[in-house]
Design a protein around this ligand. Structure first.
Ligand SMILES: [Zn+2]
Length: 449
């Protein structure tokens, strides 16, 4: 052994994160999470396809949609609407706190509502922080309950929620009205929200698998979806001073944890960053350029970058338990709500292109990461799209080595031809694909002041 082997050179470090073995096995360690993953040749998944299995049931299309509680003809099934986005040809308008008797006067392209079953509850904030609903929310609640349609809406969903929690109608009757209405506070002032898209099925749908995914949107719709979510995320922070991070995610289809097939994002306010962000901020403190060094630059050196535009870059991620596409903002700003509209559009266009290229039938989680509210070290806003296509192998629990059914290169090579095709058809933005990517060193500018 020579002395060189003791020092960790850049190449040595790279080899520990991403190592292609002579038999084709790709051993990977995620530089940011430490997750150890192997992609083993011969464990191939089915080719990506949008062919419909014979078992898919045909559907009857109704206008407006009425297939689930998130559909446009069923506006009163979720909790009260905090905000909606409407569209008049090219004009988009946000309406906050719409009066309940006016819900059906316009059609919402997107709705922002409380989650009836919160992960982090309003009581959590009340009991642990003495959180009080801010004045404007309190006022909204009073006005809502003073409206006959509003009172009926709230009463109906309180009954629904209590029945879901296992209470009988008789038991519910006996609970005093003030106590019932206290439950409704979470619908007005809670920090777990949903952003719901308009459509359930895509244009021309014939069977139950023809669902409307993020990739079915137009480029403009997807930008509005992103922007509306960013605004909601910002508002959640503005209305609860104890919030330190807001988790934003989208579970697409049941294998990815979605309880509805109807497209929606979730926003959950938290009083901590979570272990993953804590760790990433720790790495940033040691090396402010870590997201270039072990993210974008690393991906460039291993030819994993496969799409970009002036505001964002996309590559196949390493060290994930399932095939994962990573989309990074190039912005000097670390939080989504500090991005300009053009920058949001840039990252939205790449995320949209990824969903469009994947098609509607791959279940996936879209997860957002960004600089926490109270962090002094900036990390870039990035979005991970994790495909939920593999069942964990038995030995993973014992070894903490995970088997990913696809190598990062295979993931890249599945995406590239589809992106070219969609771009030719003008279904995605004019992004740069594969060899067209410029892949400058240090493409992420978050480290700049
Ligand atoms: Zn629906």
């Amino acid at each position: 052994m020579n002395h060189h082997s003791i020092e960790e050179s850049g190449a040595m470090q790279a080899a520990t994160y991403y190592n292609v073995m002579p038999d084709g096995t790709v051993k990977q360690v995620n530089p940011f999470t430490g997750t150890e993953v192997w992609a083993v040749p011969g464990r191939r998944t089915r080719p990506l396809t949008n062919e419909t299995p014979h078992t898919a049931k045909t559907i009857e299309i109704h206008t407006p949609g009425d297939y689930c509680s998130f559909c446009p003809s069923r506006y009163f099934e979720p909790p009260p609407e905090k905000s909606r986005l409407i569209r008049n040809y090219d004009e988009w308008q946000k309406i906050d706190f719409l009066a309940p008797d006016k819900y059906h006067e316009t059609t919402a392209e997107f709705r922002r509502v409380g989650n009836m079953f919160e992960i982090v509850t309003l009581d959590y904030w009340r009991k642990n922080y003495a959180y009080k609903m801010i004045g404007s929310r309190q006022k909204w609640k009073e006005e809502y309950l003073a409206n006959a349609a509003g009172l009926k809406h709230i009463t109906d969903i309180i009954y629904y929620k209590m029945r879901q929690e296992g209470r009988t109608d008789e038991q519910i009757e006996k609970i005093p009205m003030t106590e019932k209405l206290a439950i409704a506070d979470a619908f007005f002032g809670g920090g777990h929200e949903l952003i719901i898209a308009k459509r359930h099925y895509k244009e021309g749908a014939q069977n139950e698998l023809d669902l409307f995914s993020s990739g079915e949107m137009s480029i403009e719709e997807h930008f509005r979806y992103f922007k509306f979510t960013v605004d909601a995320l910002h508002d959640v922070i503005e209305t609860n001073r104890y919030v330190r991070y807001v988790s934003v995610f989208q579970n697409w289809l049941r294998p990815a944890g979605a309880s509805f097939d109807h497209l929606h994002k979730q926003i959950v306010a938290l009083d901590e960053w979570g272990a993953s962000i804590e760790n990433q901020v720790r790495m940033l403190r040691q090396d402010p350029n870590v997201f270039n060094q072990y993210g974008a630059n690393f991906a460039t050196h291993h030819n994993l970058v496969f799409a970009e535009n002036d505001h964002a870059i996309a590559y196949a991620g390493i060290g994930h338990r399932s095939p994962t596409i990573e989309i990074y903002s190039r912005s000097a700003s670390g939080r989504p709500y500090e991005h300009s509209d053009e920058e949001i559009r840039g990252i939205s266009n790449l995320v949209h292109a990824m969903h469009a290229a994947m098609g509607t039938q791959i279940s996936c989680n879209e997860e957002w990461y960004y600089t926490p509210v109270d962090a002094v070290y900036k990390m870039p806003w990035h979005v991970l799209i994790k495909w939920r296509i593999n069942v964990p192998a038995g030995f993973e629990g014992g070894t903490s080595i995970y088997i990913n059914p696809m190598t990062p290169i295979e993931l890249r090579d599945k995406m590239v031809p589809r992106l070219y095709k969609l771009r030719d058809e003008n279904k995605i933005d004019r992004i740069r694909i594969a060899e067209e990517c410029r892949v400058d060193p240090n493409p992420l500018k978050y480290y700049l002041k």
